[in-house]
Design a protein around this ligand. Structure first.
Ligand SMILES: [Zn+2]
Length: 99
């Protein structure tokens, strides 16, 4: 039997008795807008775009390192609280012990 621990409240989660919520956050950094290109650069860029399309179908190891997947195990209560405030905007006002 695999025991999980809630990454938020550190409580053990018995998956035979309650639902375990696995939260995965994938962070992509978005490049700033490209400057205007002349015709030759545009053609070269389109070629690169085709290349990137192929990479999307077959993600390379390099691409994988560009992204930062975060994974958390949450109990039902913590998942409910997270889903109500996924960006933590109210975390300073709503302590975990309140409510
Ligand atoms: Zn929890």
């Amino acid at each position: 039997m695999i025991h999980y621990t809630c990454d938020r409240c550190q409580r053990k989660i018995e998956t035979e008795q309650e639902t375990l919520y696995q939260l995965r956050i994938e962070i992509d950094s978005v490049a700033p807008p490209e400057p205007a290109l002349d015709a030759d650069e545009q053609a070269a860029r389109e070629f690169l775009d085709l290349d990137e399309t192929i990479d999307d179908l077959n993600p390379s190891a390099e691409e994988a390192t560009d992204r930062t997947p975060l994974s958390f195990d949450l109990c039902h209560e913590c998942f409910t609280r997270y889903s109500q405030d996924p960006l933590g905007l109210n975390s300073s006002e709503l302590g975990f012990s309140k409510n």
